[in-house]
Design a protein around this ligand. Sequence first.
Ligand code: 5GP
Length: 176
Amino acid sequence: MIHVDAPDFSLWVVHKYPLFLRAMAEEKIKEEYIQCKSKISEHANIFGDKEDVCIFCKIAKGEIPSEKVYEDDNFISILDINPETEGHTLVIPKKHFKTILDTPNTLGNEFLEAIKNTSLRLIDKHKAEGFNLVFNNSKIAGQEVDYVHAHIMLRKLGDGMKLKMINGLRDKKDQK
Ligand code: 5GP
């Protein structure tokens, strides 16, 4: 069994492989990571904003499967593969932008419309009463996938939900 002890390994895997592939080919993925790292300098960005290694690019093109909640000309909404709540959904542009700061203002209205349309569908389907809208921008803010996406997290009265993606970071800060 290959042992990989590198801080960026898990992030690299998240960017390159969907969850079901990660489970099926763990050893092969580790081998590929080691080869990839040995070819480039330690500080190079191997997480890929390039289309051929980007999971969300592949999802947007339909090259890997996803459960689509909504689609229009420039956006799709997909169920999160590792949901924190029932109906946890990601709204992504079909074109790759890293964070909200890289996303053209001209897509702003359409982004908002896609978020609204998706939320309305989800609220109706899951009989929710509201939702949290979360954008993680950059690694320090908890962004694991370098492809701008809005998290829609449905809320119901008394659901007791705590947002791990935010509270987790708070916990780490409190430990220092
Ligand atoms: P971030 O931490 O970047 O804001 O959130 C990335 C989200 O993408 C996570 O909630 C994670 O579960 C989700 N995710 C990662 N890989 C995949 C995938 O292959 N398919 C889908 N549908 N979601 C994914």
